[in-house]
Design a protein around this ligand. Structure first.
Ligand SMILES: NC(=O)c1ccc[n+]([C@@H]2O[C@H](COP(=O)([O-])OP(=O)(O)OC[C@H]3O[C@@H](n4cnc5c(N)ncnc54)[C@H](O)[C@@H]3O)[C@@H](O)[C@H]2O)c1
Length: 371
């Protein structure tokens, strides 16, 4: 099998799990390089040692962003920079002839997303990105349950992601409160991508938004007392009409201390499905048929553990086989349009028709499956 070589740009908080998984978890990809605007961050990642004093990732070389983009061996760039830099870095990667897998959101604006998809087509490379959690065992099991008819025709969905924000733990939380951040652009991609994967694309939305505070104070050990301006709405409520006719409700919030709401539920003519946290890869998946109690279902698919990078491995498979890949640019652009549309609807007081469409991603093969 041709092993596809991968380079990471952006060596911050989330890069650790990508480096670990893209080095060890998948047979079709090999992580060979990492870069950052701050080279010392890339060097620190590449020079990590095991407990026995040996280099942890011997195949990983630190380089500048320009060196990584000029390396002819690297076919996929994994863009783990902050949201405001996603478009610029992805565009450079595509123009350098590389496929590009972006962390979420794909980029900031709908125009930028369209440009990236068009440029990728013109340059015959692939573009897309996170989340890839919908390809994990939990949500794939839910898709199988729905496709096998257990809950009948899906009628409605609810999705809730509420928390007090990220300033209690993230070492550089500013980007969560700048354009491209906020609870919808930060966490909405997990919930909306899962819903589109389970119910298909959305045709129309409405939204209402709020902002509890104009500034936030960091409470983490590292940043205690630092004050950050809040430039985004931090509570976003959305209504969705799926093209299938099903309806959905979503709330994403950084203005909730605690709650008891479920992550995602799907209700159909014959039963109800409790979908696991779409920010994770595994279960529990719970099903009830008509008036029965909810029962936990066995997971039917592989990748139940933290498998971040699964979407990169699927992109590599598609590249090798000349096939479609699941976490693709159309899907990520559709989700980006939905997130903007909730805010636009809140501003205008009107429903917003969604212009983009995307296919429901092909289910992952069930049972033991290694990418
Ligand atoms: N932290 C998490 O738990 C988490 C989880 C899932 C997804 N994400 C997403 O991953 C991305 C990165 O998040 P993070 O928490 O790792 O952020 P971070 O701030 O910790 O790291 C970002 C890194 O990108 C580098 N960078 C910024 N602009 C750059 C540019 N133009 N060129 C090269 N390098 C550049 C920074 O120097 C930094 O090292 C974001 O899009 C975020 O939404 C984060």
């Amino acid at each position: 099998m041709q092993i596809i070589k991968v380079g990471i740009i952006g060596c911050g908080n989330i890069s650790s799990i990508y480096i670990e998984n893209l080095s060890n978890m998948f047979k079709g990809v090999k992580l060979v390089a990492c870069a950052d605007i701050d080279l010392s961050r890339a060097q620190a990642k590449a020079e990590q040692l095991n407990d026995d004093g040996k280099v942890k990732y011997p195949d990983l070389k630190a380089m500048t962003v320009d060196e990584l983009l000029a390396d002819p061996e690297i076919q996929i760039v994994v863009n783990l920079t902050i949201p405001v830099a996603h478009h610029e870095v992805a565009k450079k990667a595509i123009l350098a002839g590389k496929c590009c897998y972006n962390e979420k959101p794909l980029c900031l604006s709908r125009d930028q997303a369209q440009e990236l998809v068009k440029l990728a087509d013109e340059n015959k490379v692939l573009v897309g990105g996170a989340p890839d959690t919908f390809m994990g065992a939990g949500i794939q099991t839910c898709a199988k349950i729905i496709n096998d008819g257990w809950i009948g025709k899906p009628i409605s969905a609810t999705a809730f992601m509420c928390c007090p924000g990220h300033e209690s733990w993230h070492p550089a939380p500013e980007f969560y409160y700048l354009p491209g951040g906020g609870p919808m652009f930060d966490m909405g991609p997990y919930y909306l991508t899962a819903l589109v994967n389970l119910l298909g694309p959305v045709a129309k939305v409405a939204g209402l938004t709020a902002r509890a505070k104009e500034e936030r104070v960091c409470t983490s050990e590292l940043r205690k007392g630092d004050v950050m301006p809040v430039d985004v709405q931090t509570h976003v409520t959305g209504l969705m009409q799926f093209a299938s006719g099903a309806t959905g409700t979503i709330i994403t919030s950084f203005d909730v201390w605690k709650h008891t709401l479920p992550c995602i539920e799907i209700h159909g003519t014959q039963g109800s499905l409790s979908v696991p946290d779409p920010n994770c890869f595994g279960g529990p998946v719970k099903l009830c048929v008509q008036r029965s109690d909810f029962k936990e279902m066995p997971l039917s698919h592989s990748y139940a553990d933290n498998s971040r990078g699964l979407g990169v491995a699927d992109m590599a498979r598609a590249l090798r086989d000349g096939d479609a890949f699941r976490a693709n640019g159309q899907l990520a652009s559709h989700v980006l349009e939905l997130m903007h549309a909730f805010h636009d609807s809140s501003d205008s007081g009107q429903f917003v028709n969604i212009q983009s469409v995307c296919d429901q991603p092909k289910p992952m093969p069930s049972g033991m499956y290694v990418l």
